[in-house]
Design a protein around this ligand. Structure first.
Ligand SMILES: [Zn+2]
Length: 170
């Protein structure tokens, strides 16, 4: 009896030590005004992601979009952020934001899994020509490489906006 009890306790400890991230209050606040389906997808993604992330932007004002467009940070004035149909997610290593691209395809894999579970069509800002990331056969990294290869074959430079995820029309 005593032995059995110990085994149960040990199992619980192992399960609990599994990596699990949570959205900060600030991240949750930044999801206000975002399409509920996309919000749910982000909440699911934080549960399954290998890399911690935070939300930097969701719903965006026209004024802010104009600033980003003028600075070249955005390529469009009809961004899905204006409709609350896009989010920007940044990678965290501990408490610090990291811009290392290889962290972002891990975050994208979290979003990919979350989207495929719910049948949500999302597009990633590092694989613009993959119109449904959740449905893409392969990893997010492969999706990005496919996008980059396609652009290069067209003689065009890829535009990588790795924090960006947007909801497609369904
Ligand atoms: Zn964005």
């Amino acid at each position: 009896m005593g032995i059995k009890k110990t085994m149960v306790v040990k199992y619980k400890v192992i399960k609990r030590s599994k990596q699990m991230f949570r959205l900060s209050k600030r991240s949750i606040k930044r999801l206000e005004g975002v399409d509920p389906q996309l919000v749910a997808c982000v909440h699911r993604a934080i549960q399954v992601t290998k890399i911690d992330f935070g939300v930097t932007e969701g719903l965006r004002s026209v004024r802010r979009q104009k600033q980003l467009f003028d600075s070249g940070a955005s390529k469009t004035m009809s961004s899905k952020h204006l409709e609350g149909r896009a989010v920007d997610l940044v990678a965290y290593i501990g408490a610090r934001v990291s811009w290392e691209l290889n962290l972002y395809d891990d975050i994208a894999d979290g979003m990919k899994l979350a989207a495929s579970e719910t049948g949500l069509s999302i597009r990633w800002g590092a694989a613009w020509n993959v119109l449904d990331l959740g449905d893409y056969i392969g990893t997010s990294e492969e999706a990005m490489n496919y996008y980059i290869d396609t652009r290069r074959k067209q003689g065009r430079r890829p535009f990588i906006d790795a924090p960006h995820f947007e909801l497609m029309e369904s």
